[in-house]
Design a protein around this ligand. Structure first.
Ligand SMILES: O=C(O)COP(=O)(O)O
Ligand SMILES: [Mg+2]
Length: 249
């Protein structure tokens, strides 16, 4: 039996969310999907802004700024602290605060960060069912391995892409297309699972099916606005029995 045939047999044996029927590759977002990382992102941003004697945001504020990578996070934080539009933030100041942020965040990106419930069990069950799992985050690549190692998730993924791994990041479909091509899986057999409109936009543009977690960040907006193919309150709903179809659109 070839490897692909084995995969399909294994997948068919499990109870799965209907969205996964016939699918072979699942791409997962990281922040707000697998890990609640805002406490550490906020702590690093507060230290970097404090170095400049600027106003300091609460975690709640920071959670609305996550999703487009760390440089954007810092620019949004500066815009908030300076009460100016993001476009008006000085480049030199943003570069300096971003460098400080990266240094502080890199000290321990997992200190206050937690896995969401059901994440590890779900990822390994999907991997063991024969799915190819890819991690596609906008977080800089250098932080990905330390976080996955800390949470013992490295072995779940066949590929990990950060926001700076390729020429363009989400909402551009490039990282998702790259993952699908790497494993020779047509886009119609792929799913994007994420928490923000950028995940949904990238997934739709790549031709993937889309599933959205309702507990993530998404700039304070309901992720249902992005019209995902499925809404999930927990990642473990990906392992829900086929009869459970209420959350599929
Ligand atoms: O770094 C960010 O802005 C968010 O990263 P994510 O793509 O894993 O949500
Ligand atoms: Mg996210």
């Amino acid at each position: 039996m070839n490897q692909d045939a084995g995969r399909h047999d294994a997948v068919a044996d499990r109870a799965l969310h209907p969205l996964l029927a016939g699918k072979r590759l699942i791409a997962f977002d990281l922040d707000g999907t697998l890990i609640d990382s805002v406490p550490d992102l906020a702590a690093a941003l507060v230290r970097a802004l404090d170095d400049e004697r600027l106003a300091l945001p609460e975690r709640e504020d920071v959670s609305r700024w996550v999703g487009n990578g760390t440089r954007k996070l810092v620019e949004r934080g500066l815009a908030w602290a300076l009460e100016t539009p993001v476009e008006a933030v000085d480049e030199t100041l943003a570069a300096r605060v971003h460098a400080a942020f990266l240094s502080y965040y890199g000290e321990a990106p997992h200190r206050l960060t937690q896995l969401y419930p059901g994440v590890a069990e779900t990822l390994f069950a999907l991997r063991d069912s024969g799915f190819v799992l890819a991690l596609v985050t906008n977080k800089p690549e250098r932080f990905v391995a330390p976080l996955l190692e800390h949470f013992a998730l490295c072995d779940a993924f066949s590929l990990c892409l950060g926001g700076d791994s390729l020429a363009r990041k989400k909402p551009d479909p490039l990282p998702l297309c790259h993952a699908a091509e790497r494993f020779g899986v047509p886009a119609g057999h792929c799913v994007m699972v994420g928490d923000s409109r950028h995940d949904m936009a990238a997934g739709k543009a790549a031709g993937f099916a889309t599933a959205a977690l309702t507990y993530g960040y998404n700039h304070g907006e309901p992720i249902s606005d992005s019209m995902p193919d499925a809404l999930l309150d927990s990642l473990s709903e990906l392992l829900a029995a086929p009869a459970r179809t209420s959350s599929i659109r």
